[in-house]
Design a protein around this ligand. Structure first.
Ligand code: RP5
Length: 160
């Protein structure tokens, strides 16, 4: 079975552009990830089945992106103890506030780490997942530190 460290699950193919931002960072850090479209509402049984098999696949972190009544991250977290990072998608009607509240307001006992709305959240979800993996992977931790140092360096050299 192919080794996968991080699963990136999105509620709809319409979330793919934002999900790619997380994938890009995971690939930059050479973290093995797999992308899936699964919905808490439209494919509830397939979602549960995938998540229940995730531990056997060696998946260590799950990133879940969803919009509107965004229950995907919470439903995934209900089926596993693998850490789940939720990314609320931006929406036309309510500007992602709907997705944010649906993702962040989990009942005690079933935690979801909720990131910012949209692209920022997707990027930070990948970095957060890398931080979790780095706890048991020293080399990955070094690369994460290097990424931060480079970020600091590039901001400090900004000429106005
Ligand atoms: C959610 O509803 C998805 O995560 C997506 O952000 C939103 C709209 O989905 P589509 O109607 O574009 O498939 O389930």
């Amino acid at each position: 079975m192919k080794k996968v460290d991080v699963a990136v699950i999105m509620g709809s193919k319409s979330d793919l552009g934002v999900a790619r931002e997380a994938e890009k960072i995971l690939k930059e850090f050479k973290v093995k990830c797999e992308m899936k479209v699964l919905s808490a509402h439209r494919t509830p049984k397939a979602t549960a089945k995938y998540v229940e098999g995730a531990e056997d696949k060696g998946i260590k972190v799950i990133i879940a992106l969803a919009g509107k009544a965004a229950h995907l991250a919470g439903v995934i977290a209900a089926h596993t103890v693998i850490p789940v990072i939720g990314v609320p998608m931006d929406t036309r009607d309510l500007k992602g506030i709907d997705s944010l509240f649906s993702t962040v307001q989990m009942p005690a006992g079933i935690p979801v780490a909720c990131m910012a709305i949209g692209t920022t959240g997707a990027k930070n979800a990948a970095l957060y997942a890398i931080g979790i993996l780095a706890l048991s992977d020293k080399m990955l931790g070094k690369r994460l530190l290097g990424y931060r140092k480079e970020q600091t360096r590039s901001i400090l050299k900004t000429k106005i």
